[in-house]
Design a protein around this ligand. Structure first.
Ligand code: OXD
Ligand code: MN
Length: 584
C-alpha cells in the first residue's frame, strides 16, 4: 500500500532522530496505564497516595526546565517583519541549518512515541489534527489528557496530509540547546531540549495559539488565549463570556468559580484557549480546542477553586509540587503551613529556609471531564455563542475593577493596550509590568500590528459583535492591599457585564469607558470597607497619563503595521483625559 503523508513524515523524523523503537499511540486506557508503569520504572513518575489520590502521579522535571522559555521560542516566517517586534525570529533556512541538526540522533537509545491528536471537539467542523512525535513518556501521557489523542485522530485524518507535524525531543535538556520553533508557512513545529508542558505539549501553546493564530488570520477566525464560561442566571438563562488574561492571572479560577451570588452559576467551557469564529447567524462562536487543564497549583485551594480541587483528586499528573510524608501533593496556598517532613519539588526534605516547597509554576494535568463545573455544552461541535469579551491583567493602580469599551474598535484598542505584572509561568523577572496585548504577546504567531488589524476586520463582519470589557481584580489601596475580594465575588462583575449586554445595568461614562453606576453592581452580602468601591472604580488621571506614554512607546514598534484605528483610539483617549499634549 502506498505510504500516507503521515507515515512519510514519521519515517523522516525517525531517520533524523534515530530512535531504537517507534510506538504509534492509540490513546487507549490500557496504553496510558502501561506508559505510566513505564514512567514509574524509569522514575519519570512517582506514585502518590492512591487511597487519597487514586490514579495520581508526580513528575519532577529537570530544575532548569520548569516554565516556558520565551527567549528560546521563535517564529520562523519567511520574513522577519511577518513575525513582528514582539517575537523572536529565525529564517526557515537558518532554522534548517542551525536547529535541525540538534535533532540528529537525538532519540538514539530511546523510544519515539507517535501521538496523533485532535484539537477541538471530535466531529466539530472547526477541529484540527496534529501529530507529535516525542521521546518523552511524560509528554505522551500528558497529551492523552490534554487532547483527543490516538485512534480518533487517525480516523479524522484518514489518508490526508492536513495535519500539523510536531517534532519534539527532550534532547539533552541543556538550556543552550533548547529551542521552540514555529513555521507558520510550513505549518510545522519543532521543540528540542525541554520537557516542560508549555514547550513540549505541542498541541497547546505551539499549535492552538501560535500556529492557529496565523491560520486564523488567513482563514478569517481567531485563536485566543481565553477562557470561556457560561454564566447561568436564576431563570436558567446562560450567557457566554470569553476572557483573556496573561498567564497565571486567575483564568482557571475564573473559568470555574463558585458564585457568591445566590442563583447564579458559572459553567466551564475552557480555561486557557478559545478558537472563535463568526457563525452563519453573524454571532461569534467559541470552541475550546483542549480536552484537559494544565493548571498552576500554588494558590489553588478549596477556597479559591473548589471545582479544580475536586477535579484533581483522581487521575491527575502533578508536576513539581511538594509531597507530604503520606504521599499527598502539597503546595503553597493549599491549606496553611506545610506539614513536618515535607519533600520539596526537587525531592529533598524541605528546609523551610524561605524556599518554596512547591515550584511557583508547579502544575496539575487533568482531563476536563473530571471537573464538576463543566458546561453541558463544552464539547458542542459548533461551540457556544459569545455575548461578551473580557480583557484583564494585574494592575495595582491603573485599571478600575471593570469598564466597558464604547464599541468594538475602542474595545480592540483596550485589548491592544493591555499590560500586566509578570508571574512565574514564564522564566524571567517576576512582578514587572509588561505590555501584553490581548494576553497574546507570547503566543501570537505573526506580527501583532496585523493581528490588531485582523481583530478590527472581524468586528466589521459581525452585525452585532460581542461587547468588550476590561477587568482588574488586582487593584490595591494605599496600604498595598487588594481592594477587591476576587474569586467567587468576581461573579458580581460578570453579572454586571451580562446585564450591560442585555441593556439592563446602568453605567457612568468616563474617559476610558463605562464603569458601573452607583448601585448597579450587585454587592448584596459583601462587606466592602467604606470608600473601597469608589477607589475600585476611580480613573486615576496621572496613572493613565503614564500608561498612555508607555502604550505609545510600545505601539511605535509596529510602524506602518499598526492600524490607524488603534492610533486614533489612543489619541482620542488622551484627548478625553486632557493629556494629549503630554503624550505626543
Ligand atoms: C499556561 C500559560 O500554561 O499561559 O497556560 O503559561
Ligand atoms: Mn495560558
Amino acid at each position: 500500500m502506498a505510504e500516507t503523508a503521515l507515515e512519510r513524515w514519521v519515517n523522516q523524523a525517525a531517520a533524523l532522530t534515530q530512535p531504537d523503537r517507534i510506538v504509534w499511540c492509540d490513546g487507549s486506557e490500557e496504553e496510558y496505564q502501561s506508559l505510566i508503569e513505564l514512567g514509574l520504572r524509569e522514575h519519570v513518575y512517582h506514585r502518590l497516595n492512591h487511597t487519597a489520590y487514586p490514579g495520581c502521579y508526580l513528575h519532577r522535571s529537570h530544575p532548569s526546565d520548569v516554565a516556558r522559555t520565551e527567549h528560546l521560542t521563535f517564529i520562523c516566517s519567511d520574513r522577519r517583519d511577518d513575525a513582528g517586534p514582539t517575537n523572536n525570529w529565525m529564517s526557515p533556512r537558518d532554522a534548517d541549518e542551525q536547529i535541525l541538526p540538534l535533532f540528529r540522533g537525538a532519540m538514539k537509545g530511546r523510544t519515539m512515541y507517535v501521538l496523533p491528536y485532535v484539537m477541538g471537539p471530535l466531529g466539530s467542523p472547526f477541529s484540527k489534527v496534529g501529530v507529535e512525535v516525542t521521546d518523552s513518556v511524560y509528554v505522551a501521557t500528558s497529551m492523552r489528557i490534554m487532547t483527543r489523542m490516538g485512534r480518533a485522530a487517525l480516523e479524522q485524518l484518514g489518508g490526508s496530509d492536513d495535519f500539523v507535524p510536531g517534532l519534539h525531543s527532550i534532547g539533552d535538556l541543556s538550556p543552550s540547546r533548547r529551542f521552540i520553533m514555529h513555521f507558520p508557512q510550513r505549518r510545522a513545529i519543532w521543540s528540542i531540549g525541554s520537557g516542560y508542558g508549555g514547550n513540549a505539549l505541542l498541541g497547546k501553546k505551539c499549535f492552538s495559539l501560535r500556529l492557529a493564530s496565523a491560520m486564523g488570520r488567513e482563514q478569517g477566525w481567531l485563536a485566543e488565549h481565553m477562557l470561556v464560561l457560561g454564566l447561568e442566571d436564576p431563570q436558567g438563562n446562560v450567557s457566554y463570556i470569553a476572557a483573556a488574561f496573561p498567564s497565571a492571572c486567575g483564568k482557571t479560577n475564573l473559568a470555574m468559580l463558585v458564585s457568591a451570588l445566590p442563583g447564579y452559576r458559572v459553567r466551564t467551557v475552557g480555561d486557557d484557549i478559545a478558537w472563535l469564529r463568526i457563525g452563519a447567524d453573524g454571532r461569534l462562536w467559541a470552541v475550546n480546542p483542549e480536552a484537559g487543564f494544565f493548571g498552576v497549583a500554588p494558590g489553588t485551594s478549596d477556597q479559591t477553586n473548589p471545582n479544580m480541587m475536586a477535579a484533581i483528586r483522581r487521575d491527575t499528573l502533578f508536576t513539581n509540587v511538594a509531597l507530604t510524608p503520606s504521599g499527598v501533593p502539597w503546595w503553597e496556598g493549599i491549606n496553611g503551613a506545610g506539614p513536618a517532613g515535607l519533600i520539596d519539588w526537587r525531592g529533598q526534605l524541605w528546609g523551610r529556609n524561605g524556599d518554596k516547597a512547591a515550584h511557583p509554576n508547579s502544575r496539575f494535568t487533568v482531563r476536563a471531564a473530571n471537573c464538576p463545573s463543566m458546561s453541558p455544552h463544552w464539547e458542542d461541535p459548533q461551540g457556544v455563542p459569545i455575548s461578551a469579551i473580557v480583557f484583564g491583567g494585574r494592575r495595582a493602580r491603573v485599571a478600575p475593577l471593570v469598564f466597558q469599551s464604547f464599541d468594538w474598535q475602542h474595545g480592540v484598542y483596550v485589548g491592544a493596550g493591555m499590560a500586566s505584572e509578570t508571574t512565574a509561568a514564564a522564566t524571567g523577572a517576576v512582578g514587572v509590568t509588561r505590555r501584553d496585548p490581548m494576553a497574546m504577546r507570547p503566543f501570537c504567531g505573526y506580527n501583532m500590528g496585523n493581528y490588531f488589524a485582523h481583530w478590527l476586520r472581524l468586528g466589521g463582519l459581525m452585525p452585532c459583535p460581542p461587547a468588550i470589557f476590561h477587568v482588574n481584580w488586582f487593584r490595591t489601596g494605599a496600604d498595598g492591599r487588594f481592594l477587591w475580594p476576587g474569586f467567587g465575588d468576581n461573579v458580581r462583575v460578570l453579572k454586571w457585564i451580562i446585564e450591560r449586554v442585555q441593556g439592563h445595568a446602568a453605567a457612568v461614562e468616563t474617559p476610558i469607558g463605562y464603569v458601573p453606576a452607583p448601585g448597579s453592581l450587585d454587592l448584596a452580602g459583601l462587606d466592602l470597607p467604606a470608600g473601597a468601591l469608589a477607589d475600585l472604580l476611580s480613573v486615576d488621571r496621572e496613572a493613565w497619563e503614564a500608561e498612555l506614554t508607555e502604550q505609545a512607546q510600545f505601539f511605535s514598534q509596529f510602524g506602518r503595521r499598526l492600524p490607524d484605528e488603534v492610533s486614533h483610539e489612543h489619541q482620542a483617549l488622551a484627548e478625553r483625559l486632557g493629556v494629549a499634549e503630554a503624550i505626543s
